[in-house]
Design a protein around this ligand. Sequence first.
Ligand SMILES: [Zn+2]
Ligand SMILES: [Zn+2]
Length: 144
Amino acid sequence: MDVRNCKSCGKIFNHLGGYPICPTCKKKDEEDFQRVKDYLYDNPKASIIQVSNELEISVRRIKSYLRDERLEIIGSEGNMLLECEKCGKAISSGRFCKECSSSVVDSIRATTSQMSKSMMKDRENEREGKKKGSGMRYLNRKDR
Ligand SMILES: [Zn+2]
Ligand SMILES: [Zn+2]
């Protein structure tokens, strides 16, 4: 028997695996989850703060539902439940908002273009070198 303290209320309970939470809290958690789900069904554009205020469920809890992927995001685009990890703007899914994810892509692209530029330079130098090389050969031939 695996006896543990409930992560939510601290009560000792018989742990059966998974997240250490007692049956009472688990039931409450499931109920809250259902309430969030129902609320989002009726208010698909609700923000995480709005849901939290309306249902008196902490933002952290709602986010944990999202992170666990237990919460389905309805209508993906309009549902602003997550925040961009970079600027904090409300986003519907993932880790960054459109602007930040594109700026991440831009910085990658900038690095890539910088790399290709330096590669072009190398190629130019190579060409220069070849020109010099042929000139040398010409001079050499003249010297002979
Ligand atoms: Zn508990
Ligand atoms: Zn952002």
